[in-house]
Ligand binder design. Structure first.
Ligand SMILES: [Fe+2]
Length: 138
């Protein structure tokens, strides 16, 4: 059975979300990670790719990851905007989009902290004039 819902019935843990807080979280992701943090990581990753292209290619396409994260953020912003504007939405659709964003962000941060940043640190260590990459999520 599919449940149709509106702003008044989309809930987390049986309570209506505080959409002011949800909106502030979305705005934070737009203002900081998407506009400031990820572009800096992309610049550092390009230097890593230049130093060790094979290793970089075997890990991931970091810029691609960031583009996909930005698209997931746009989907969350759009669906929350629709909820706030009383669009008739499937509750499962809203939850799936929000859950996909949260899960993907966690996986992305774990990949950077556990794989990408250590590899960048290894690649840049010992290069004169190159500052060793350090984890930026800690
Ligand atoms: Fe990142």
């Amino acid at each position: 059975m599919t449940t149709r819902t509106t702003t008044k019935t989309v809930t987390f843990a049986h309570e209506r979300p505080d959409y002011e807080v949800v909106g502030a979280i979305i705005e934070y992701f737009k203002q900081y990670p998407d506009s400031c943090h990820h572009p800096k990581e992309d610049i550092i990753y390009e230097k890593f790719k230049a130093l060790n292209p094979g290793r970089a290619a075997s890990i991931t396409d970091l810029q691609g990851e960031h583009r996909e994260g930005a698209e997931r953020l746009r989907r969350v912003a759009r669906i929350i905007d629709e909820v706030i504007n009383d669009q008739d939405l499937l509750r499962e659709s809203v939850e799936q989009i929000v859950r996909d964003f949260i899960d993907s962000e966690r996986k992305h941060i774990a990949l950077e902290d556990e794989v990408i940043f250590p590899a960048m640190g290894d690649a840049t260590a010992g290069h004169q004039g190159q500052a060793a990459a350090r984890p930026v999520h800690k």
